[in-house]
Structure formats: C-alpha cells, structure tokens
Ligand binder design. Structure first.
Ligand SMILES: NC(=O)c1ccc[n+]([C@@H]2O[C@H](COP(=O)([O-])OP(=O)(O)OC[C@H]3O[C@@H](n4cnc5c(N)ncnc54)[C@H](O)[C@@H]3O)[C@@H](O)[C@H]2O)c1
Length: 458
C-alpha cells in the first residue's frame, strides 16, 4: 500500500479524518495553505540502534516523511544518525534525553517512532502520546504486561494513533495469505507450526560503550546488560518475547481468536555461563474456536542451531501454507492429496484466480512419488506452488506507510495497540508457563486491557 500525497487526496482525506486533524503541524487545510511543504509529516526517532537503523532506512524512502530529530542516550548513535540522515538531505537535531527533545521539538514534530529496548516503550510512548504526537512503537509493546496495558489506556485517553511494530501485519505477502489463502484454500487448520532457530552467538561487545554514569542515569546496570538487554528480564523478555512475538501474533491472526492455553518448556544452559532468559523454548498453544473445536500451534525458538532458520506453517486439511518474512525461507502453498480434497482441476482454479503461481514442475515430488510405496502410513507429497504476491521494498516499509496513511487521512491501522496487546498477553504467558512448569490457561478477559489500577493510598 503506497500513499502518494497530493493536494487533492490530502484535502479529501482531511475531510474524512477530521477528528484528529487539528493536532497536526502539517495541517492548515481550513486556512487554504496546503502546499508541497505542508504535505510533510515531521518525525522524531527515539533509539537509533539496530532496529532504529532498519526503520530509518524505510523512513527516508517514504515520500513526504521528514525526520527532524533523533534521541539516543548513546552519543555514538546520535552521531551516526546525523550522518545517515544528512546523506538523505535531512538535518536532524540530536538529543540524549527524550524529554528535552519533546520540549524543544514540540512545534517541529507530528509523530514519533520508538525503537528503544522493550522496557522503555511504555515511558517513551506515553510521553509522546501525551505531548500530542502519533506514535509508531516497536514490538514487543513491553516486557511487562501492566506497562503494555498503560500504553493502550494512554492511547485511548489522548486519542492519538499508536501502531505497534508487528510489521508482518502490513506486509502484502502476509495480507494476501491471511485474506485469501488461509480462509479459502487451506480448509480447517488443526495445526500450525513456527520456528526461529539461530546459531550460538556470544554477547555483543563494543570498544567504546556509553560511559557508566550515562548508563546508570538511564537505568542500565552495566555495558553488558545495556548491549544485550534482550537476555535480561529487567529490560526484555528473552528470545520468546524478542522473536516469538512476531510469530505468535500470526497464529492469532490466522485463527481469529486469542489462545486458550499455553504449555511451554524452556532451557537456559546452551550458553556457558547460562543466560538469565531462556535460550530455547518449545511451546504448544491451544486455540478454542467459537464452535468449541480446538486447534494447536507448536512454536520453537532456539539459540544454539540455525537449522531451518525462521518461518511459519499453517496446516489445513486441504493445503498447507509456509511463509516467512524472507520469501526464500517460506513462500509456498502445498495441496493435500486426499480423497475428497482438491482435484488438480480445483487447484488450477486458484492459479487462475492469481492467488498462487503455476507449478513449474515439482521434480522432487515426482521422484518421491515414484519411490514411495503408498500405504496407510505415508501420504503422497503434494504440489507446492509459490505465492503470487511479492514484496519489493524493505520489510518494515509497508507498516510505516500504513502508519503515516493513518496519520494523514485516517487509514485503518494494521496493528493498533489493542491487537498487539492480545499477542503480548499470549507471548508473555509462555515465560510464566515455562517458569512454573504448568499449563497457563488464559481467561478470555485477560486479552482485554484492564482499567488503570487505583493508586495506593498514602
Ligand atoms: N520489528 C522488528 O522486526 C524488530 C527487529 C529488531 C528489534 N525490534 C525491536 O526494536 C527495539 C530496539 O531493538 P534493537 O535491536 O534496535 O536494540 P539495540 O540495542 O540495537 O538499540 C537500542 C537503542 O536504544 C538506545 N536506548 C536505550 N535506552 C534508551 C533511552 N532510555 N533513551 C533513548 N535511547 C535509548 C540505545 O542506545 C540503542 O542505540 C526493541 O523493542 C526490539 O524488540 C524489532
């Protein structure tokens, strides 16, 4: 989805989205001052680390978006940000402290992108929303559920937009799968599987991390924890929260309901010495459908072997979908060959619709079919067709574009905070289950944001 802003669609959009127009610095529609300069959305970025850089790479490519300010407590990152944005013709003012940035840049910015470690998301997001800015905040919403809930409450109170960075929700390949393929081609999906396997990697180190007084000022105990925050529960939620958060969200998207239980087992000794958070986790999520039937999703994240890398698979009685954010790792729909299933002629109809590409001749399947004596234990492997939709821009760009389209003319956010809250509830419970050794059974009301707890009496 690419939105090109011009005067005509800007004014049309402005009429539709009247509710949040006046807060925009860019908007002078009533005064008849809309022009090329006014079409611009001015953005600040908090956190110019690995993901801040990935997002910046898209931000500079989205027409009408101008990055004005960057905040990072690490001076080195601020210097790098200045150089990067300058190479795209954007002069950014840099700040160590987000409060100072919000105060000084109030008139200059319309929206803020938050890409700091998970534990800071609530503080940064809520401050920006309260300052009247729309916010795009990275996943996981928070490593603590009560903070994720507070983000939702502040979004509601301020009426500003809050998009959470589960970027697959805007990826046209994933949208094609969840809008067309999952509901219309797979049949009943009893089983889904996803994995994120990574090779054993030492802690990050750098020659010159920020000085200890800066780290202490911003709550980091030392440089090791600052650089490797994901592995410490104070700042992150381990690999389940870091990586699982993307994929568990897809199970919820596919079945249209949050899970009813999760049973997780974790291990901590792949590293020597062991890390604080689980380095591997194996989960079974159960989903109870509105008709009472149950489906299961199996999830694995490991940090000691990268075999198979990362992908998601949805296994229906009629076909399976395998998809990954990198299409080389997953991009197929595979027919189930069974009595009562799709015939080749039925399958051809999906090709004719343009949902999947014609099969170029599956040599592996043909060879296997010849060799396998088909009996009740073995199913004939089916055809695998490539998906017809491709993404030819950086993976995070469509999600940012969706956010800016919502800011400009009221497009529907693809991952508003309530949706991300549901998946945060599901993901964080896996750590609870692994810690306790018990099945975690969700109550349906857990997926709704609770009211703010009363302040303790003095
Ligand atoms: N959507 C995705 O695909 C994706 C991928 C990677 C990371 N992420 C998310 O992006 C966020 C950042 O992850 P990362 O990999 O870039 O981490 P990182 O450690 O590489 O970068 C974090 C940056 O934030 C800065 N920072 C820390 N505390 C700060 C504070 N209080 N104020 C201002 N700056 C501060 C650090 O100096 C650093 O530059 C996390 O929430 C992570 O889960 C999302």
């Amino acid at each position: 989805m690419e939105f090109k802003l011009n005067r005509r669609n800007f004014v049309k959009g402005a009429a539709v989205a009247g509710a949040f127009l006046p807060s925009f610095n860019i908007l002078h529609a009533e005064e008849g001052k809309v022009g090329p300069k006014d079409d611009q959305i001015n953005v600040a970025l908090i956190g110019y680390g690995a993901e801040g850089r990935v997002l910046s790479n898209s931000l500079v490519r989205i027409p009408g978006v101008r990055v004005r300010a960057v905040c990072d407590i690490w001076k080195f990152q601020c210097q790098q940000a200045k150089i990067f944005f300058k190479s795209f013709g954007m002069e950014v003012t840099t700040y160590e402290d987000y409060k100072e940035m919000l105060e000084k840049e109030d008139k200059n910015i319309d929206a803020v992108v938050v890409a700091t470690p998970d534990w800071m998301h609530c503080e940064h997001t809520c401050a920006c929303l309260r300052a009247g800015k729309h916010v795009y905040c990275e996943k996981e919403m928070s490593n603590r559920l009560e903070l994720a809930a507070e983000m939702c409450r502040v979004q509601k109170e301020t009426g500003k937009l809050l998009q959470i960075g589960h970027q697959r929700r805007s990826n046209p390949r994933y949208r094609h799968c969840f809008e067309n393929i999952v509901p219309n081609m797979l049949g009943r999906i009893t089983t889904a599987y996803a994995q994120w396997n990574r090779t054993l990697a030492p802690f990050f180190t750098v020659k010159r991390p920020p000085k200890q007084d800066i780290l202490t000022k911003y709550g980091y105990e030392n440089a090791e924890q600052f650089l490797n925050w994901r592995w410490f529960y104070k700042y992150g939620g381990g690999s389940m929260v870091d990586l699982g958060s993307h994929q568990i969200d897809l199970f919820i998207w596919a079945w249209g309901v949050p899970p009813s239980s999760v049973r997780a087992v974790g291990g901590r000794d792949a590293f020597d010495p062991p890390r604080m958070a689980y380095d591997r986790m194996y989960c079974i999520y159960e989903f109870t459908m509105p008709d009472g039937k149950k489906n299961e999703a199996i999830y694995q994240v490991i940090s000691s072997n990268a075999h198979g890398s990362f992908y998601e698979r949805f296994m229906g009685v009629n076909a399976s979908l395998t998809i990954a954010e990198l299409s080389a790792l997953g991009n197929t729909v595979q027919r189930e060959v069974r009595a009562g299933g799709y015939s080749e002629a039925d399958w051809q109809k999906f090709i004719d619709k343009g949902w999947i590409l014609p099969n170029a001749g599956d040599k592996v399947k043909k060879a296997l079919t010849k060799d396998i004596a088909v009996d009740s234990r073995i199913s004939v492997p089916a055809d695998a067709n490539q998906l017809s939709v491709t993404l030819n821009k950086p993976a995070h760009m469509p999600h940012l574009e969706n956010f800016f389209a919502a800011c400009r003319h009221g497009a529907k956010l693809n991952c508003p905070c309530e949706l991300a809250y549901e998946s945060a509830v599901a993901v964080l419970a896996a750590n609870v289950s692994a810690d306790s050794g018990n099945v975690y059974r969700f109550k349906p009301e857990e997926f709704k944001v609770p009211p703010r707890p009363a302040a303790p009496k003095a």
